[in-house]
Design a protein around this ligand. Sequence first.
Ligand code: OOG
Ligand code: NI
Length: 267
Amino acid sequence: MHNHPDALFDALWQDYRRVTPSADRIHALLAERESTPVMNDHIALRTFNLAPVGLEALAAHFLHLGYRQGGEYHFEAKKLYARHYEHPDPAMPKAFISELLTEQCSPALQTIVQNLVAQVSPQAPEADNFLYSGRHWALDYATYQQLLQESEYAGWLAAWGYRANHFTVSINQLASVDSVAEINSLLKENGFTINRAGGEIKGSPQEYLEQSSTMADRVMARFSDQQAVIPSCFYEFAKRYPMANGQLYPGFVAASADRIFESTNAQ
Ligand code: OOG
Ligand code: NI
């Protein structure tokens, strides 16, 4: 496992930008306007709740780096459970880790997913590079389609495996942009597509968190029997507000997160 968060986040970013060209372009657009580096609020990771790849196996990489467990979140309709992890140094990005509750899914999905996870070597999740190691299983296009029909999340995860599902720009740290509404205008002026599920701005100052995201890029992915253009990853933007004690809200908002998951849906 990595010994400094910067090394982990740099490696995650290099992998993510390769499959998310729009994030790379938006990052450049922002960096050009800013005199200090663009900071990340959080990243998100996805997994199945099966050994050896359950949420805890991913979280171990962050605990090793001095992160602590934060809030937990339930998504009943999507059959997901999530937790966030935060570092004592608030400049370090948070990690939002979710897992698919496979036992709540159809027997057909369970069989497919058990077969995928059985191909993961038991030692793999402890490797330095696990969180950006991609897919650990063979997957044909028809199986991908079958998973997608039941769960967009399962399809995405089967196709892309272990990597940052998104990075999130911290609007609080930007000098040239003050609000989610402003970021959204900038994105639209530059031709990017915003996730409109539940409205372009998710959350509110009353919930201490406002967010928006792009829709995932569509890029060529390789399956065992063919290649196909499918949704990859997206870019997110977050503005946090101070709570009564003056500290910025450190958590997530389940109702907003529920719609942000849909940024990887087929458009
Ligand atoms: C995570 C969606 C939730 C947030 O900021 O609320 C989220 C995902 O799509 O894997 O990132
Ligand atoms: Ni997010």
